[in-house]
Design a protein around this ligand. Structure first.
Ligand SMILES: [Zn+2]
Length: 353
């Protein structure tokens, strides 16, 4: 059987497929399902799925593999079968336009798609050799379900993140916790755009928050290993389905979920769920408005819920936060817990991608 090289990122996608994290997918998408997903966020079978999971190959590879039925993909450490393969040329513009709603090369997802190779290879993925041992935080879906069961959690809410926790995040998490038994805080670990926080420091900052500000036995920190697409609303659907597959029953969707710049409307990532029934999704979406600390109220306050002016709200943009960390300036505790601020300041020379 022919063996071809795949990037660590593709191998990670193969791992996620085999784990069941991408259910109902069983492999890299074929041409019909890819088109169907791009057009209406459903596989041809009608099942909900919003995100292309594809394996791109070069023209030479396409030529070399054209008579094969099954191949092995490897990054040297790990190997996976891809069975019943088909190879097809893809319509890059259609893909990018439908997935991202823009062709602007300044969008990090678009930029990435523009660099993908000319052909896509589809087929069912099966494990041969997976050397990766799940770590303390990297949970397989089976491990996550085991933890929930051991904790006696029937209802579990998932929180997606790629940032150290702000008070507003904590507020959403605790609001959601009032409705369920426990929370899985589930940062995405994998390639990100420059200027994003490094994975290990997102984990480090959350460890501080959980240790100092969560009731014991209420919050589990686990990591989801894939790359950020920055596809906003479509990625919100993908993130929810993956958390369903991890055993979560609820999912928090706040403002600007998985967005970048101003390509998507503030609440588009909530509205997109109107396209599906809860039964189809298999997970309940908890939608929240933006919250910030309001000095006038002396409390966290939802947008539009009080008449106090914007300058009474304590908010720092990502850029402002970075600047303050870099210059060792004071960061208000109404914006971020002091243990988290201390942790970030202790690591300030190594915080960003
Ligand atoms: Zn107020």
């Amino acid at each position: 059987m022919k063996k071809i090289k795949a990037s660590d990122e593709i191998i990670q996608e193969a791992r996620n497929i085999v784990d069941g994290l991408y259910f109902p997918l069983q492999g890299f998408l074929n041409e019909d399902d890819l088109r169907s997903i791009l057009e209406n966020m459903r596989l041809k079978s009608g099942q909900v799925w919003s995100m292309p999971v594809v394996f791109d190959i070069s023209e030479n590879e396409a030529q070399e593999l054209k008579n094969e039925n099954s191949i092995i993909i490897t990054n040297k450490k790990d190997e996976f079968f891809v069975k019943d393969i088909s190879i097809f040329k893809w319509d890059r513009e259609f893909f990018v336009k439908n997935l991202y709603g823009t062709l602007d090369g300044a969008h990090p997802g678009v930029e990435r798609a523009m660099k993908m190779k000319k052909f896509l290879l589809s087929g069912k993925v099966e494990k041969i050799r997976n050397s990766e041992k799940p770590g303390v935080f990297h949970l397989t879906s089976e491990q996550a379900k085991d933890i929930f069961k051991k904790n006696g959690w029937a209802n579990v809410v998932a929180f997606q993140t790629r940032n150290p926790p702000h008070r507003s995040h904590e507020h959403l998490q605790k609001t959601a916790l009032a409705e369920v038994d426990g929370i899985l805080i589930n940062p995405v670990i994998g390639s990100k755009k420059s200027g994003d926080f490094r994975d290990k420091h997102i984990i480090g900052a959350y460890q501080k928050l959980i240790k100092h500000h969560y009731e014991p036995g209420k919050a589990v920190l686990g990591t989801l290993h894939t790359f950020m697409r920055y596809a906003g609303p479509r990625e919100a659907v993908f993130h929810a389905l993956v958390r369903r597959n991890l055993g979560c029953t609820h999912m928090i969707i706040g403002r600007d979920h998985a967005g970048v710049g101003d390509y998507y409307g503030t609440y588009d990532a909530q509205k997109i769920f109107d396209n599906f029934t809860e039964d189809e999704l298999g997970i309940r979406i908890l939608r929240y408005e933006n919250v910030t600390y309001c000095q006038g109220c002396g409390d966290m306050s939802e947008d539009g819920s009080c008449d106090h002016s914007q300058d009474q709200k304590i908010h720092l943009s990502g850029t402002k936060l970075r600047e303050k960390l870099n210059n060792n300036e004071e960061i208000p505790e109404e914006f971020m817990r002091k243990e988290v601020i201390e942790y970030l300041k202790d690591n300030k020379d190594d915080l960003f991608v």
